[in-house]
Design a protein around this ligand. Structure first.
Ligand SMILES: Cc1cc2nc3c(=O)[nH]c(=O)nc-3n(C[C@H](O)[C@H](O)[C@H](O)COP(=O)(O)OP(=O)(O)OC[C@H]3O[C@@H](n4cnc5c(N)ncnc54)[C@H](O)[C@@H]3O)c2cc1C
Ligand SMILES: Cc1cc2nc3c(=O)[nH]c(=O)nc-3n(C[C@H](O)[C@H](O)[C@H](O)COP(=O)(O)O)c2cc1C
Ligand code: SF4
Length: 396
């Protein structure tokens, strides 16, 4: 480097992270620390006199950028993804069908259709009522208000964010809580009136030109397993000590020291909850019907680092198994490969199975133009909720 610098032919050097043999480092998810290349650029700075040095990879925020420049570790910084570093719809989507978008900014890759912010003002401002402040409701409310509508949003709990706020309680995911704080600031700026602790049902809906139902989804209390269809409920459910990831992250679950997390989704809801419990010092057994843990986050290059974090925190991973029976203080697992059953003593069970849509409203309601978005139409993941919220906010 010093040799090239001495010729004066090199103007700047960009220092990124990882390489094509380890994609999980090249576009690091939130699993990795921030300011990843600052220690390396510091060395490079010491070796050159003319070239400018750029620090890239997980700089993420203006505060991190300022601190790298202020400490002299680099001359320049580069922020590619100044976001929640999930890789779900940018890198993840690119390796599916090559059409990159973004989980929190669904206009990315769709600018030709939706334009960019600020969105075009409406010529006919209306009263918009939004029920539920999860990702779908938040985004619909924000976009409608940005376009000039008068928006009221009602949320049953004391906080905005819905299930996605709970994702922000998992290890290293506080960026999601920053995103929620951003929505609160936007609501203040745009004059959205936010009503917390306000559960609405069909009988007490305030009048509005448009009523948006964004009531999300909830854990399935039956313990039904997709891969054990002979039983509509978990055998032994009545023995108790069975919880959902939501119970765990809301700190409502009374767990002992040993926990099985049964993960049918293969995504952060299950994997992140196991990691959270392992970091708390619990002896965690992560059981999945899939061939490997974190199957649904594989496209985001996060599955291997996630399994490493789980293993380093002492979790045991059991793949290609379902639950044959829950005993209240132990579990019998069945292998898909051999059919063999194994009983393991354990004090609690967390079922990360498919959620159930929650929509307490009738199909139609006299005097209300109803719209439905997000998980309340079918339980999925956050990108679909943000997408549907924005799409609706743009056409009201
Ligand atoms: C632990 C966890 C981790 C997750 N991690 C990820 C991830 O990494 N990536 C991803 O893509 N997805 C993730 N998900 C899934 C994602 O959070 C959901 O798909 C998404 O939040 C759905 O958004 P929504 O707005 O449709 O519904 P919800 O988030 O369920 O929000 C609905 C809101 O409506 C409120 N509400 C319900 N009924 C009423 C009523 N009658 N009146 C007023 N308010 C009401 C509820 O209190 C809730 O706040 C995770 C989920 C969990 C639980
Ligand atoms: C969707 C996507 C595609 C990328 N493609 C490439 C690529 O083709 N070659 C490359 O060297 N880096 C690629 N990167 C890595 C970025 O250039 C950057 O180094 C990385 O995202 C870390 O910076 P950040 O944390 O600011 O996003 C890509 C990143 C993303 C998110
Ligand atoms: S999908 Fe969006 S929020 Fe997630 S890492 Fe990619 S750019 Fe960031």
């Amino acid at each position: 480097m010093a040799l090239h610098d001495a010729t004066g032919d090199v103007d700047y050097i960009t220092c990124g992270h990882g390489g094509y043999l380890d994609f999980e480092r090249l576009m690091p998810t939130f699993l990795f620390p921030e300011k990843l290349t600052a220690p390396v650029t510091e060395h490079l700075k010491a070796a050159v006199t003319q070239a400018k040095i750029t620090s890239e990879a997980h700089v993420r925020t203006p505060e991190n950028a300022e601190s790298i420049i202020a400490s002299g570790q680099a001359d320049l910084v580069s922020i590619v993804r100044g976001c929640i570093s999930c890789n779900q719809m940018c890198w993840g989507r690119r390796s599916r069908d090559y059409w990159s978008s973004c989980l929190i900014n669904p206009s990315a890759g769709r600018e030709w259709e939706w334009g960019s912010e600020p969105f075009a003002a409406t010529k006919t401002p209306k009263d918009v009522l939004v029920i539920g402040a999860g990702p779908a409701g938040l985004e619909a409310a924000r976009v409608a208000a940005e376009r000039g509508h008068r928006v009221h949003i009602h949320e049953a709990s004391g906080q905005i964010g819905g299930q996605f706020r709970l994702a922000g309680m998992q290890p290293r995911r506080a960026q999601i809580l920053d995103l929620m704080a951003w929505y609160e600031r936007q609501f203040e700026k745009l004059g959205v009136s936010l009503h917390l602790n306000s559960y609405l049902d069909a009988g007490d809906l305030p009048p509005a030109d448009h009523t948006i139902i964004a009531t999300g989804s909830q854990p399935d209390p039956s313990g039904r397993q997709r891969w054990n269809p002979a039983h509509p409920t978990l055998l032994g459910l009545e023995n108790g000590n069975v919880w959902s990831p939501e119970d765990v992250l809301r700190r409502e679950a009374k767990l002992g020291d040993t926990v099985v997390v049964y993960d049918e989704g293969g995504n952060w809801r299950g994997v992140g909850t196991s990691w959270h419990l392992a970091e708390m010092g619990k002896a965690v057994i992560h059981v999945t019907p899939d061939a490997f843990a974190g199957k649904e986050i594989a496209r985001t290059s996060a599955d291997m680092p996630a399994r490493q974090r789980l293993a380093r925190a002492g979790a045991r991973l059991i793949t290609e198994h379902c639950i044959a029976r829950w005993h209240g203080n132990g579990i019998t697992l069945r292998s898909f490969l051999t059919g063999a059953e194994e009983t393991i003593p354990v004090l609690a069970l967390v079922m990360a199975t498919t959620n159930q849509a929650f929509d307490p409203f009738p199909e139609t309601l006299a005097g209300h133009a109803l719209h439905r978005i997000g998980d309340c139409t079918a339980p999925r993941t956050a990108p679909y909720a943000f997408h549907e919220g924005r799409k609706l906010g743009l056409v009201l």
